[in-house]
Design a binder for this molecule. Structure first.
Ligand code: C5P
Length: 246
């Protein structure tokens, strides 16, 4: 049904710039946005609140299948609000404890299966930009454009540190470097949907590039595949953004 709706699948490790790039690309195209990491993070939060352990596979899969979770664009469309059981948890789930727990739960094949259809349901007209670890390999293997963003672990830790400090989380760079390396290793080595570029993905190393440069690289790839919307609509979107900036 939705197979003809274009998907831009963007995968990569933590701190590679996926979130910021996906947000901007989705806004420029007028496409929907899926932050699949937020689903695993909300599941992590829910499991901590319910006192479930990472090994409780069946209850975790049940919890994942029934999560009362939705995303809303903020009023000016400059961020995505994460609403879990009626509560805005966007900041709470960015805590590294949720990140680590999310990565542990995400290694469970039953949990991944339970969130698969939820993710696919985001594929709606006019198109979807999907941010995650297995968007191009498992969730949307037929995506007409797959991008894999990466960067050195030091640079990714530095970016993540900056983001967390800006959100008010106190964490040292050295500690974060260790946690990110551990999370990378777990995500890459798990048997269920390991983190790796799809065979037909464009790999972009963002270590020495700013967000806007990477956005342009992705937009060029979109353009070359004929996936871009008409110029008129893009101008409409631009004026909506301008309105918000005022
Ligand atoms: O992208 P983010 O850091 O928010 O993701 C948190 C964790 O969720 C990742 O470390 C990864 O283990 C897991 N994840 C996943 N598959 C996705 C998205 C996230 O396994 N598609």
């Amino acid at each position: 049904m939705s197979d003809d709706v274009p998907v831009i699948a963007v995968d990569g490790p933590v701190g590679a710039g996926k979130g910021a790039v996906c947000f901007r690309v989705a806004a420029r195209l007028g496409f929907h946005l899926l932050d699949s990491g937020a689903i695993y993070r909300v599941l992590a939060l829910a499991s901590l609140r319910r006192g479930l352990n990472p090994g409780d596979s069946r209850p975790l899969a049940r919890l994942a299948a029934g999560l009362d979770l939705h995303f809303e664009r903020s009023e000016c469309g400059d961020s995505l609000r994460v609403i879990f059981e009626g509560e805005e948890v966007g900041v709470l789930i960015r805590d590294e404890r949720c990140g680590q727990r999310a990565s542990t739960l995400a290694a469970d094949a039953s949990v991944r299966l339970a969130v698969l259809e939820r993710q696919r349901a985001y594929r709606r007209p006019p198109g979807l930009v999907a941010d995650g670890r297995d968007m191009g390999t498992v969730v949307f293997p037929d995506a007409p454009l797959k991008v894999f963003l990466t960067a050195s672990v030091e640079e990714r830790a530095r970016r993540r540190h900056k983001q967390l400090v800006a959100k008010g989380f106190g964490v040292s760079l050295a500690h974060l470097l260790g946690e990110i390396s551990q999370r990378d290793k777990r995500d890459q080595e798990r048997p269920a949907a390991p983190l790796r570029p799809a065979g037909d993905a464009i790999v972009i190393d963002t270590t020495h590039h700013g967000i806007e440069t990477v956005v342009e690289m992705v937009m060029d790839a979109i353009e070359s595949r004929g996936l871009r919307r008409s110029r008129g609509r893009r101008q409409d979107l631009q004026s909506e953004t301008d309105k918000c900036a005022r």
